[in-house]
Design a protein around this ligand. Sequence first.
Ligand SMILES: Nc1ncnc2c1ncn2[C@@H]1O[C@H](COP(=O)(O)OP(=O)(O)O)[C@@H](O)[C@H]1O
Ligand SMILES: [Mg+2]
Length: 384
Amino acid sequence: MSNSTVDQAPSAPEPGRRPRVVILFGGRSGEHGISVATAGGIMGAIDRGKYDVVPVGITPDGQWVVADDEPARWAIADGKVPQVPAAPGEVVLPLRAGSREVRVVEAGKVPAVLGEVDVVFPVLHGPYGEDGTVQGLLELADVRYVGSGVLASAVGMDKHFMKMVFAGHGLPIGPYAVIKPGEWDTRRDEILDEVAGLGLPLFVKPARAGSSLGVSRVDSPDGLDAAVRAAQEHDPKVIVEAGITGREIECAVLGGRGDARPRASLPGEIEVTAPGHDFYDFEAKYLAEADVVLSCPAELPEHVIKEIQDIAVRTFEAVGAEGLSRVDVFVTPDERVVVNEINTMPGFTPFSMYPRMWDASGLAYPELIDELIQLALERPVGLR
Ligand SMILES: Nc1ncnc2c1ncn2[C@@H]1O[C@H](COP(=O)(O)OP(=O)(O)O)[C@@H](O)[C@H]1O
Ligand SMILES: [Mg+2]
């Protein structure tokens, strides 16, 4: 069957009108607050002379609302992450190909038109946003958006399928086991045998979460049950990994313009120095800034940097990512690079690693936002 929607899809805005960018943020996942903080960062840095901005928030229970266009309103203050409040009207994106009109619908009122959307910037982390669900909604409507499509987003969200794709592409990954929903209660002995082969320490994680939510380090077999239960709070599917000894290095990847290959930044390094945090956990990520050293660029020998960049680009291509992704690796004491994960919508506040790595590579935050929007505007809708 041919893809007829491609031909009908609206393209650039009419001359004289700035492209209208919907910044879509908040959402139903545990990473709601991080997304909100990112949206504030983007609102503060986006080139207003070049783009019209329409902020749309998603409340923690999934209502889409018109949000304040005030960067400061959405910043993390006193260690507290802001939240999108409920509002009377509901934002509705066009649900049919060929229309680009965003409306606000409220019971008993005439729907208000917010204007035509040219591109959506979904700064959503975690399930119901970074996992292909919102991307699917936008695909149905032929609306352009920043970042990966449905499949790459879904693969990047699910550490189980992510690892299978990485392995299928010959990318270096560590040993792991999967505990599918229900199996911890029905096949525990077999799983314990499998996990015994992974040694200690173990890292136990929800298959589909992020920001280290539900991730535990397990140093003795007695700790496994509690760790699996903690991961299951976030996802019925759980991954158990062999602990990797090595430095935590991240590399930012940007999609290529036109047919060009993706671009890799200089890598950055994360060192958690705080006592009581034996890995890069949720608190270390967002709250205890002073206790985490983010070095950008990371001090690494030139050949290791090249290797990381090569692996980061291959990882991006392996999952079919678009726009942006952060590829996180470990570099072992003998200089082996092991891929931990790809994040298709990485932390994106001005202080987050992804923008910082591009800044260190010569692309400042406002230019990075511009580049991502341009990449989204230039890409065709429909199957690509
Ligand atoms: N196999 C592993 N070996 C050593 N440390 C790990 C391993 N897996 C995860 N970690 C630690 O846990 C953190 C969170 O795990 P990660 O897989 O990145 O989950 P998330 O998707 O929540 O960021 C990592 O940043 C790292 O500090
Ligand atoms: Mg991570």
